[in-house]
Every structure is written in structure tokens, then in C-alpha cells.
Design a protein around this ligand. Structure first.
Ligand code: FES
Length: 94
């Protein structure tokens, strides 16, 4: 299963630091960021509970034009998700 090509609206992705999707995507593109730690350093997203790491990784992968299978993202990041429902806005299976 491949991931959706884009997230549909400009919602707050990182609840801990109130960072929205466009800020994260623009930060990734402007600074050519390739990992979550760099995104956190640049705009604070991902610096709290880590629930949003899976979505930050999705945005990085989309910027890099990688098609990471959803199962791989879930395996790498699902254990960090502490806030229920954060993925249901983006993925139908959650
Ligand atoms: S929601 Fe992003 S670090 Fe908590």
C-alpha cells in the first residue's frame, strides 16, 4: 500500500508546538531537510511527544519523492504516537 500523495488541508500537525502542515513542508523544502531531527531544529515540529514524527517523515519522503510503504512508516513511528486520532485525519485505516 502506498501513501496518499498529499495531505489535503493546512492543519496543525505538531500539537505540542502548534506547527501546521505548510510550515513543516516549507521548512523542509527551503532547507532541503532529510530527517526529522533537522525539521525539529528548524521549526520545532516534532520536539515534544513525537506523535507527529510519522507525518513529518511522510512530508520528508514526499519532498524527496520517495514512496515509502505505509507499513514501514507505521513500523518505524507508530510506537511514538501517544495522541489517539492523529493519523485518522490523514489515513483511512487509522
Ligand atoms: S505532536 Fe509533535 S511533538 Fe508532540
Amino acid at each position: 500500500m502506498n501513501l496518499p500523495s498529499a495531505v489535503e488541508s493546512d492543519e496543525v500537525i505538531c500539537q505540542c508546538y502548534q506547527v501546521n502542515e505548510s510550515t513543516i513542508r516549507n521548512t523542509i523544502a527551503k532547507n532541503d531537510l532529510k530527517d526529522i531531527d533537522s525539521v525539529t531544529e528548524a521549526c520545532e515540529a516534532g520536539g515534544g511527544c513525537h506523535s507527529c514524527h510519522i507525518l513529518i517523515q511522510l512530508f520528508i519522503d514526499q519532498y524527496l519523492e520517495k514512496t515509502t510503504p505505509m507499513e514501514d512508516l507505521v513500523q518505524d513511528h507508530a510506537q511514538k504516537i501517544k495522541k489517539e486520532g492523529i493519523l485518522s485525519r490523514f489515513f483511512k485505516n487509522f
